[in-house]
Design a protein around this ligand. Structure first.
Ligand code: BG6
Length: 370
């Protein structure tokens, strides 16, 4: 069943490219329109949507946070992302024009299910982004966008995460088409860029695995690891931190890189491992420079730096002790590649520490109690 891999997690990380590719399949109809064939919400209802609230837990919530940057940019409506268990019990403001997007790999997470029921009771439409066919969450939703990552067995989610981002991006492009907030050729170009991502993920798996492994070997004894990112790199940092704590039981935190000077830098001491997600240099220059200055700050305090950075990034090369390289891609799509070395890193760390990477202690694949 593991198809020759040492663990399901190994196998599933190596299925990241296929998960993205399959989730993109058949989303375009003969007229070149994005077509959400499994979605049964009327187009005029989509047109009227003035707010999106993503509800999810764990990794799925980080996928929602990534998607928020793209959807707000493309569709120009506010997107909130909230942990389902917090959302449910705070009397959230929902109207028939709010689209609630429930993201869940298993489709059985009780916290997410209860939140979606609450949203529907308040008259909002719910669209599920789900991996498991026919699970409770898609069954109880008004519409479903399936991720086609295939069954995910390892408790720590990997390929489902990249598939969730992909599906949420397809939804964003669809909304941009319906609402007319993007030109057709822009939508097409973005879709083409998305289609190019599986090959870029594959490039990471083919070329960066050794570097990641060496980094893990150097850091297996670390007592804590900090993850920092900005813009779409921020949820990626949190997901990287989550993976490592889930399966290697290393104490980790993910922070917004801009927060560094407002608190987390106090944690940085000689030898403290800090992982930075460095944004691409072109286009969003400002962000790149700001993240690099964060790197310099922690470097000056003796931190051990791992950077996830674009090929050819000289600042990353100069300041980081280890660089996980990413191939060039649009900033908004970079999470699809950036998370991959972090998934491998967590897995390697857990293996080096002798843990069962597929079945971490205290965790279940799907939590069916509130
Ligand atoms: C947790 C799992 O319990 O639930 C995580 O261990 C997962 O891996 C989270 O991200 C949410 O699960 P789901 O199935 O709703 O995506």
């Amino acid at each position: 069943e593991k198809g020759g891999w040492e663990s399901f997690m190994d196998k599933e990380i190596h299925e990241d490219p296929a998960a993205v590719q399959r989730t993109l399949l058949g989303r375009l109809d003969a007229h070149g329109d994005i077509n959400l064939d499994e979605v049964r919400i009327e187009e005029h209802d989509f047109k009227a949507i003035d707010k999106i609230i993503v509800i999810a837990c764990g990794t799925a919530a980080y996928a929602g946070q990534v998607a928020r940057y793209a959807i707000e940019h493309w569709v120009r409506i506010p997107v909130e992302v909230e942990l389902a268990h917090e959302f449910r019990y705070r009397d959230p403001i929902l109207t028939p024009r709010t689209l609630v997007v429930a993201i869940s790999q298993s489709g059985e997470t009780m916290d997410t299910l209860m939140a979606l029921r609450h949203a529907r009771e308040q008259g909002s439409k719910v669209l599920a982004i789900c991996n498991a066919q026919g699970a409770s969450i898609p069954r109880e939703s008004d519409a479903v966008l399936y991720t086609h990552a295939g069954p995910e067995v390892a408790v720590a989610s990997t390929k489902a995460f990249v598939a969730q981002i992909t599906a949420a991006y397809v939804l964003g492009l669809y909304l941009a088409q319906v609402k007319g907030t993007m030109y057709r050729d822009e939508i097409q170009t973005t879709l083409d860029a998305l289609k190019a991502m599986p090959a870029k993920i594959q490039w990471i798996l083919d070329t960066q695995t050794k570097t990641v492994h060496a980094a893990a070997a150097q850091m297996a004894d670390a007592r804590s690891v900090l993850f920092l990112g900005r813009h779409v790199g921020y949820p990626v940092a949190m997901e990287g931190a989550l993976k490592l704590k889930e399966i290697a039981y290393t104490f980790t935190e993910g922070f917004a890189a801009g927060e560094l000077k407002h608190g987390p830098i106090a944690l940085v001491d000689e030898g403290e491992p800090v992982v930075f997600i460095v944004p691409p240099e072109r286009g969003r220059d400002v962000l790149h420079a700001k993240v690099v200055s964060g790197i310099e700050e922690v470097k000056a305090r003796g931190a051990f730096i791992i950077a996830v950075a674009e090929e050819g990034d000289r600042d990353a090369q100069r300041y980081a002790d280890i660089v996980f390289w990413r191939p060039k891609c649009p900033t908004l799509l970079s999470p699809l590649v950036d998370v991959v070395p972090l998934q491998l890193f967590a897995m390697d760390m857990a293996k080096l520490k002798g843990y069962d990477v597929d079945k971490p202690r205290n965790l279940a694949k799907s939590v069916t109690v509130e």
